[in-house]
Design a protein around this ligand. Structure first.
Ligand code: ZN
Length: 110
């Protein structure tokens, strides 16, 4: 990640668009910026990975009191059920962090 500041991004900003995933709908959630590249310098582009071989978007809940975590899930129902059950077993544990894993991919322009 140290390379993000070492070169001038303005020189190439907006010159090219990423090809991968450009035709697909947004499925990444409310914080997504869509398929466009949000970090670019020189020849590398970073984009959310929507290729067929990408790791799935996944969720888990972490108890902020004891750091215990739910199993990772591709949906949010199971982590939320885990949090409710965790509070049921530990009534003083009432705050959680939702941990979302979103796959990203870099690619280099020719
Ligand atoms: Zn806990």
């Amino acid at each position: 990640m140290g390379c993000l500041r070492c070169e001038a991004p303005d020189r190439t900003r907006g010159a090219e668009r990423p090809q991968r995933g450009a035709q697909r709908g947004d499925e990444a959630g409310p914080m997504s910026t869509g398929p466009r590249a949000i970090v670019r310098h020189e020849t590398w582009t970073l984009t959310p990975d929507r290729e067929p071989d990408a790791a799935p978007l996944s969720y888990k809940m972490r108890c902020t009191m004891c750091e215990e975590e739910s199993p990772k899930s591709e949906g949010w129902n199971d982590p939320q059920s885990w949090a409710l059950a965790h509070s049921g077993k530990n009534p003083s544990h009432r705050t959680y962090s939702e941990v979302i894993s979103r796959p990203w991919r870099t690619f280099m322009h020719a």
